[in-house]
Design a protein around this ligand. Structure first.
Ligand SMILES: [Zn+2]
Length: 280
C-alpha cells in the first residue's frame, strides 16, 4: 500500500466514522471505515466475477500501455503519487459483461472509487486499449476521495472534477468530468496509440478511410469546448488559446484543487455561476 494514503483506493477519506455495517460478505460486521475500505479493496483484487476472463500476456501488455500513459500524463498535470490499482483490480469481461454486471448502467467500461476496481469489456485490442485508458484515467490519473456521508454510509466524495454532496444524493460536474476524461483519451489515441507499433497501421487506415474512432465522451467534450471558447472570448487578456483553459481544468481533475477553475468561472460569469456550470 502507498504510505501517502490512509486507505488503498483513494487520496482522501472525508467525514467521521463509524459507518453502518455493510452487507458485503465478510466485512459485514465491521463499522470502522478504514478497515471496511481496506477489505473491500483487497476483495476487489480477487476473482469476484464469475464471468471474468483470465488475462493473457497480450491483455497485460495492453494494461501496461494504458497505465504507463496515464501515469505520464497525470504527472505532467501535477499528480505526485498514485493509488495502488494493480492489474488484479482490473477485471476483463466478455463483450457485454460490463452492461450485465452494472445492470445496464454502463456500456463497455466502469470504475468504482469505493472498491478501487475497474471493469473492462474485452473487445478488439484497439477498443480495449481505449476503454482501459479511459477508466484508468478516472481511477489512477484523477483525484479520488471517499466520504462517510451524513447518514454514515460509505460513498464517493470526489472523482476527478466531479463531486457528490455530503449526503451522497447530488452529483455535481459529472458530465464535466467525463468530458475531461474524453479529452485525455483522445490525446492518448492521437499521441500514444497512433505511434505504438501494434496500432499505428490500424489508426492510419481508419483516418485514411475517414472512419471515426470512438475516443469516448465526444458529446460531453463538445459541450466543454463550447464553454471553454466562451471563457476564452471573455478572458483574452489572460489566455491566448483554448488549450490553456482545458489544461487548467485537467489540472483540477488530477490534483483535486478546483479553486483556480472556480475562480475563473465566477470572475467571468458572476457569483454563484460555478455551481450552475456543474450541470451542462
Ligand atoms: Zn468515464
Amino acid at each position: 500500500m502507498n504510505e501517502k494514503f490512509s486507505i488503498p483506493q483513494a487520496d482522501r477519506l472525508v467525514g467521521k466514522g463509524p459507518v453502518k455495517p455493510m452487507e458485503h460478505n465478510e466485512v459485514g460486521a465491521s463499522t470502522d471505515p478504514e478497515e471496511i475500505l481496506t477489505l473491500l479493496f483487497k476483495e476487489s483484487g480477487t476473482d469476484v466475477y464469475k464471468i471474468e476472463l483470465q488475462k493473457t500476456e497480450e491483455d497485460l501488455a495492453l494494461i501496461e500501455l494504458a497505465e504507463t500513459a496515464v501515469r505520464d500524463y497525470a504527472a505532467q498535470y501535477g499528480r505526485e503519487s498514485f493509488v495502488d490499482i494493480t492489474s488484479d483490480h482490473i477485471h476483463f469481461l466478455p463483450d457485454g459483461g460490463v452492461f450485465e454486471i452494472t445492470h445496464g448502467r454502463l456500456a463497455t467500461g466502469s470504475h468504482s472509487t469505493v472498491l478501487g476496481e475497474v471493469l473492462i469489456d474485452r473487445r478488439k485490442d484497439l477498443e480495449t486499449a481505449i476503454t482501459l485508458f479511459h477508466e484508468l484515467w478516472h481511477t489512477l490519473g484523477s483525484y479520488q476521495a471517499i466520504q462517510i456521508t451524513t447518514d454514515q454510509k460509505l460513498d464517493t466524495y470526489r472523482s476527478g472534477f466531479s463531486m457528490n454532496s455530503r449526503d451522497g444524493a447530488i452529483e455535481y460536474f459529472h458530465h464535466f468530468d467525463e468530458a475531461l476524461v474524453g479529452y485525455m483519451t483522445q490525446k492518448f489515441v492521437n499521441e500514444k496509440l497512433a505511434e505504438a507499433s501494434n496500432f499505428k497501421n490500424e489508426i492510419t487506415r481508419l483516418r485514411d478511410e475517414n472512419i471515426a474512432l470512438d475516443t469516448t465522451r465526444q458529446r460531453e467534450l463538445g459541450d466543454l469546448w463550447k464553454l471553454i471558447d466562451n471563457l476564452l472570448e471573455k478572458n483574452k487578456d489572460k489566455f491566448s488559446k483554448r488549450e490553456e483553459i482545458m489544461d487548467l481544468f485537467v489540472r483540477a481533475q488530477v490534483t483535486g484543487n478546483v479553486l483556480p477553475a472556480a475562480r475563473l468561472i465566477e470572475n467571468t460569469y458572476g457569483k454563484g455561476s460555478f455551481r450552475k456550470v456543474s450541470k451542462f
